[in-house]
Design a binder for this molecule. Structure first.
Ligand SMILES: O=C(O)CCC(=O)C(=O)O
Ligand SMILES: [Fe+2]
Length: 259
């Protein structure tokens, strides 16, 4: 599938820019002055199972020829999202069904263009090699897969950057801010970025599971006690996304909803 994705990104720039959607993260975005070596397309309202199927096939999971039954994919989805297990581990099974009902998903494909060799901004300099700036995902859970080119990095507690060496055919699961809020801070939204150092383009695709726009994000009372005081006030997910879009700051969540 990464061959197919390459063909998509190899289309003329003029064709790619026709892929437009008024919502953030959906349109073709590429070669902007801020992130000149990054391009992406988003597929909105991707039916979860279809998007997951694309993701599984793209990273060669369980063979590319096989058809998945819905049941199998449902199980795989829950397993990969870790969602059902997470709910159980918090003793919160009763919220699982409504969480699924209030969630939607976005499928995105990304290309990170390797610097031409001899580029004066040498890729030894991390700042210059950053293809996707450091951020935390705003959604609930992100599942990523990539071609054989590494580049994903996560920030450790002490502020350093650690390379994530993703094994072939593996998926990476990242907790986003919506899940951090919902878990009352028990789950951390990992700050991450993409740094491309070699001479090969990196392709990745991701399934971004997120609350529907109108969903109220609220810490369940069961997750608040003396040891875990309430960290966030309830808010509508779309309101937070609008706020973040207007500020684009790292501490947007704490300012917007932190108590
Ligand atoms: O391409 C990747 O591996 C990471 C992409 C990412 O972090 C994002 O789109 O939010
Ligand atoms: Fe991300």
């Amino acid at each position: 599938m990464f061959m197919g994705i390459k063909a998509l990104f190899d289309l003329p720039q003029e064709t790619k820019t026709k892929y437009v959607n008024p919502k953030p993260y959906r349109s073709y975005s590429g070669k902007s002055p801020v992130v000149p070596f990054y391009e992406s397309f988003g597929l909105d309202n991707a039916q979860k199972l279809e998007a997951l199927k694309l993701l599984l096939i793209s990273c060669g999971q369980k063979g590319t020829q096989r058809d998945y039954s819905c049941g199998e994919l449902g199980d795989a989805g829950a397993e990969f999202c870790g969602a059902e297990n997470d709910f159980e581990s918090f003793g919160m099974e009763k919220y699982y069904a409504s969480h699924i009902q209030d969630s939607t998903s976005l499928f995105r494909v990304m290309r990170y263009i390797a610097r031409p060799s001899g580029d004066s901004d040498t890729v030894d300099d991390d700042d210059k090699a950053i293809a996707l700036r450091a951020h935390t995902d705003k959604n609930a859970i992100t599942i990523l897969c990539q071609n054989e080119v590494q580049g994903l990095e996560v920030q450790t507690k002490d502020g350093n950057w650690a390379q994530v060496m993703v094994p072939r055919d593996a998926l990476v699961v990242i907790v986003g801010e919506a899940l951090k809020v919902w878990s009352n801070g028990r789950l951390q939204a990992a700050r991450h970025r993409v740094v491309v150092r070699g001479d090969k383009d990196r392709y990745s695709c991701g399934l971004f599971s997120m609350p529907k726009e109108e969903t109220m994000i609220e810490v369940p009372s069961e997750l608040v006690d003396k040891e875990h005081p309430l960290l966030y006030r309830p808010f509508i997910f779309a309101d937070y996304i609008s706020y973040y879009a207007s500020k684009l700051s790292d501490d947007a969540l704490e300012i917007f909803a932190g108590i």
